[in-house]
Ligand binder design. Structure first.
Ligand SMILES: Cc1ncc(COP(=O)(O)O)c(C=O)c1O
Length: 370
């Protein structure tokens, strides 16, 4: 059983994907070809954002978002330590400081009650992470940001397609950034990403920054990066959009079935999904004790698992000086307990039942041996 079934997805979409790739090979505009603008229009409409700017990766989207806000060395961004490194990496790369606040223990998203106290005169933005595919409490974060005149950048790398109070992830704040890494809810076949905004000036800045700060050919108005998403990757995402609504429905359904089946399994604690939003389960993640043994038991039965993430960022050598070891206790606890199970739109009911049954057996065996 694969952890994420990209082969089944390709088999289902093969004629469309192959035709889209062939079209690019035929016209030969590999950089900034027509598929780039086509995808940007489709994704802006999908999310309900005024602008979509495709970029080279989710990391690049976060970097360009900060640059478009005129982020300077010494500026601070409030974010969570329980995330993939890219979230904090871009802040540090630009000479800024990530200010880590803790997560809610049940959703693993930023604890908004801790955010306001972390704001200083150097705060430029709040960067919540829509972890596992569930958006954080954006209404409250936007309200705090408004009170203090700072921006909100949603790290929506894992949540493309998710909804919050009836609106789509990526269109909920100053800027939304997503990733098209192959395993993400909407993935390409390499690296890709996009940022979304309703702000014309930010969109214009992002478009310039992704092509070395050019406002016109060889007119470098600002410092930028080589941050484009290539035409072939855009063509692949366009093909995948054809059944994306179906995939999101399946993800919600499979996630809900996992949650129901796991409710009856002693030793499993489930992630909470708030009433006013859904979770597209980029990762289907649970909490268990003695994770290593659980992983080994599942692996022995041919069921792959993963850990997102084994350490909070303030316990990583590159970021340790941005906090004290005891900071963010809920992030530390979650990092010791989270376990991600196989998940994709093509996961069969039989395979899903086998995962849950095997997990229940492994945990029962552990209890009997204790
Ligand atoms: C929360 C989060 N932020 C940022 C990224 C970076 O995205 P990419 O791998 O496309 O650069 C990822 C992807 O792994 C992620 O999960």
């Amino acid at each position: 059983m694969p952890f994420i079934d990209l082969k089944a997805q390709y088999a289902a979409l093969k004629p469309r994907i192959d035709a889209r790739i062939q079209q690019v090979l035929d016209h030969g505009q590999y950089i900034m070809g027509p598929e780039v603008g086509e995808l940007e229009q489709r994704l802006a409409a999908y999310t309900g954002s005024k602008h979509c700017v495709t970029v080279a990766s989710g990391t690049e989207a976060l970097l360009i978002a900060l640059m478009a806000l005129d982020f300077r060395a010494g500026d601070e961004v409030i974010t969570t330590a329980f995330t993939f490194a890219a979230t904090a990496e871009v802040i540090v790369l630009l000479g800024g400081k990530p200010v880590f606040v803790d997560i809610e223990p049940d959703t693993c998203n930023i604890d908004v009650r801790q955010v306001e106290a972390a704001i200083t005169p150097r705060t430029k933005a709040i960067m919540p992470v829509s972890l596992y595919g569930q958006v954080a409490d954006m209404a409250e974060l936007n309200a705090i940001a408004d009170r203090h005149g700072v921006a909100v950048i949603e790290d929506a790398a894992q949540s493309f397609g998710a909804t919050y109070q009836g609106r789509k992830s990526c269109a909920l704040s100053t800027i939304g950034c997503t990733s098209f890494f192959p395993s993400k809810p909407l993935g390409c076949y390499g690296d890709g990403g996009a940022l979304f905004t309703d702000d014309d000036a930010i969109a214009q800045a992002a478009r310039e920054i992704r092509v070395h700060g050019q406002s016109a050919r060889y007119t470098h108005t600002r410092v930028g990066v080589g941050g484009r998403m290539d035409t072939l990757q855009c063509a692949i995402v366009l093909a995948k959009l054809e059944r994306f609504d179906w995939e999101i429905e399946r993800r919600l359904e499979i996630g809900e079935r996992y949650q129901q089946l796991l409710a009856a399994v002693p030793g499993v604690r489930r992630l909470a999904v708030r009433d006013d939003r859904d979770c597209v389960w980029a990762q289907f993640t649970i909490f268990v004790d003695d994770r290593k043994a659980v992983q080994a038991g599942l692996q022995a039965a041919g069921i792959p698992t993963a850990v997102h993430y084994p350490k909070p960022l303030h316990h990583q050598p590159a970021y340790a000086h941005h906090g004290q070891p005891d900071d963010c206790p809920q992030s530390i606890r979650a990092a010791g307990q989270v376990l991600s199970l196989p998940m994709s739109a093509d996961l069969s009911q039989a395979d899903q039942q086998r995962v849950v049954q095997t997990l229940a057996d492994v945990l029962a065996h552990q209890r009997a041996a204790a």
